[in-house]
Design a binder for this molecule. Structure first.
Ligand SMILES: Cc1cc2nc3c(=O)[nH]c(=O)nc-3n(C[C@H](O)[C@H](O)[C@H](O)COP(=O)(O)OP(=O)(O)OC[C@H]3O[C@@H](n4cnc5c(N)ncnc54)[C@H](O)[C@@H]3O)c2cc1C
Length: 563
């Protein structure tokens, strides 16, 4: 068996290594047009802050190591420029010399990745101070420019995963960053409400957040945005997304899917059965929605690579699609999400609901215990879990991984409620955030309690709705919602006559737990029109903060209280 692999990083190197593990006799040749194989794309931004001081450390395997340890022939600086599926050959050009030659194959795997988008319509896009972050060469060039020009001010265009990581690492290196994003929020896999926490975090770390703004031109020392705004920037990092690298595929008649990625079957075969494709270049199927989509993530690329290599040797693969689990570090916060978000549920017309919780990531008495902001999305009335988003200083990825597992197993709120997870105060709480959130969701789904989200509070305040704050007086004095009434939990039984029965009443505390308890009591005492403000006061403060800082709208809290 002779296997050729195009692309020598996440997907390509994994195909090659798996093929070698399956068949010691196979001939495996891997072509990489860049100078490095098997580098860590995901660690590239961390070189900018010095977390990874030496850029050479980003390269995890050399061609020599591939040869000596795995008997894989890794050919760097060699670009595959054409495929002839009928003859089962590829044409290769040596990048440094221009020399061309051919190799034949029994099986061919394509893992050429995706290209960073650099729209030609943007004036100045090809200037030498405009960078992308895709590989080790890019990050070395970017870092060298920063050092050579003592760069102090940068525009990062696009606030997706790469943009945010580049931004954070530049700020950590002492550089002023203007973060330009065309939509109204960073990290679109999150819902707008959750993204507000990150807007606050970025803002508080001095990032100039320019939301709803598009780059139109790059000029000497500044960038121009569609609104006409001009921002000082000695260099520009483009991170507005990637598009699958399909040049080779298109030229030889490999079919593309509706998203522009290579169309593959469940074993990652293209329309030519001996040609496989994996990684950022392929179109994948979303497990929950069934939609065709693109997903540029390392985990799926590696899983697909293994499946493709297995199939070359006759093993079948059970392809379950993707759910889009991801995590990222944003200054002092960790952020993770999986499955589908609320925006997507609305777009698809799903019958769904959400549960928010704001609980400790470990027992409060323990050092470094911090709240986790957790949003669970589930189908109604089945309770099937559809997605979750979590933000906090602690282990949010662990919680989201539990939800991702649930989604893969078709789990429901009842499954999540019963899920037995490990516990000691150092790691969590006896009833973990995920178990607890399932209980909240079940209460909502079974109509034991009604809720409104923090996003609705401004309207409630403006319409003079009855809002009752059940926190204790000292907490109220440190900041409260304008127009709210303070009836502390410790006093409400003596002050029932102050709570109207004829109009809706909205209760909150700091995190929704005390208000939930008061609501249960009121319901048994005959109040039928009471709502918990999910996310409560802390959620309102976080949700409102960034927009309050950056617009001149009226505040709905007397003072923020983030404790
Ligand atoms: C800065 C950054 C941070 C990231 N962080 C994360 C993260 O935290 N988590 C996560 O899950 N994912 C992350 N990713 C995404 C992840 O790295 C990719 O999804 C993954 O590398 C895709 O693997 P791939 O093999 O499809 O493509 P790549 O790893 O990009 O490899 C493709 C290779 O093919 C080569 N190539 C293309 N065409 C040819 C040709 N014709 N001939 C020879 N060689 C060719 C290219 O030069 C390239 O090196 C990050 C990506 C970047 C850039």
């Amino acid at each position: 068996m002779k296997i050729l692999v195009v692309g020598g990083v996440a997907g390509g190197a994994s195909v090659a290594a798996r093929a070698r593990r399956i068949d010691e006799n196979a001939e495996v040749i891997m072509f990489e047009r860049g100078p490095n194989v098997s580098f860590s794309n995901c660690c590239l931004p961390f070189h900018l802050s010095g977390i990874i001081p030496n850029s050479d450390d980003l390269v995890m395997m050399t061609p020599e190591a591939f040869a000596s340890k795995y008997n894989i022939d890794a050919r760097t600086n060699q670009e595959v420029i054409a495929i002839n599926p009928a003859a089962k050959t590829v044409k290769i050009r040596k990048v440094l010399t221009g020399e061309e030659y051919e190799e034949n194959y029994d099986k061919l795997a394509l893992s050429p990745g995706a290209n960073a988008i650099r729209p030609k319509s943007i004036e100045g896009i090809d200037n030498d101070n405009v960078f992308v972050v895709k590989n080790v060469v890019d990050i070395k060039k970017l870092q060298a420019y920063i050092e050579a020009h003592s760069v102090k001010e940068v525009a990062v265009i696009g606030a997706g995963f790469i943009g945010i990581e580049v931004c954070e690492n530049l700020v950590d290196a002492g550089i002023k960053v203007h973060l330009v994003e065309a939509t109204d929020q960073v990290l679109t896999p999150l819902d707008f409400d959750m993204a507000q926490l990150l807007h606050k975090e970025l803002y508080d770390h001095g990032v100039d957040m320019l939301l709803n703004e598009r780059l139109t031109a790059i000029k000497d020392g500044e960038v121009v945005l569609a609104s006409g705004k001009q921002v000082n920037a000695e260099l520009v990092v483009m991170s507005i997304g990637v598009s699958p690298e399909t040049t080779l595929a298109k030229a030889c008649g490999i079919e593309l899917g509706q998203t522009g990625g290579i169309l593959v079957n469940h074993n990652y075969q293209t329309n030519y059965p001996d040609i496989y494709a994996v990684g950022d270049v392929v179109e994948v199927t979303h497990k929950l929605t069934g939609d065709k989509t693109l997903l540029a993530m390392a985990g799926p690329a590696q899983r697909q690579a293994r499946a493709a290599a297995d199939h070359m040797f006759g093993a079948l693969h059970s392809n379950r699609g993707v759910i889009g689990s991801s995590c990222i570090h944003v200054f002092d916060l960790n952020v993770a999400n999986t499955g589908i978000n609320e925006k997507m549920c609305q777009k698809k017309g799903y019958s769904y609901d959400i549960a928010y919780t704001l609980l400790g990531d470990k027992v409060k008495l323990m050092p470094e215990a911090n709240p986790i902001f957790f949003k669970l999305i589930y189908e109604v009335p089945t309770g099937k879990i559809l997605g979750a988003q979590a933000i906090g200083k602690g282990n949010v990825d662990k919680r989201i991984d539990v939800i991702a597992t649930m989604i893969y197993m078709g789990g429901t709120l009842d499954d999540l409620k019963e899920l037995e997870l490990c516990y000691s105060p150092y790691f969590g709480t006896a009833k973990d955030v995920v178990n607890y959130t399932a209980l909240v969701a079940l209460n909502i789904m079974h109509q034991a309690v009604k809720q409104v989200p923090v996003t609705a509070v401004r309207e409630l305040v403006e319409s003079n709705a009855v809002i009752i704050d059940v926190r204790e007086k000292p907490e109220w004095d440190n900041g409260h919602i304008i127009n709210a009434i303070n009836i502390p939990m410790s006093e409400f039984r003596q002050r029932l006559d102050e709570i109207p029965k004829d109009v809706p009443v909205y209760l909150h505390c700091r995190s929704s737990q005390r208000s939930y308890n008061v609501i249960r009591a009121l319901q048994t005492l005959g109040w039928n029109n009471v709502y918990n403000i999910a996310g409560s006061f802390l959620g309102v403060c976080l949700y409102e903060y960034f927009l309050d800082q950056t617009t001149d709208r009226a505040k709905i809290v007397t003072a923020y209280n983030f404790k």
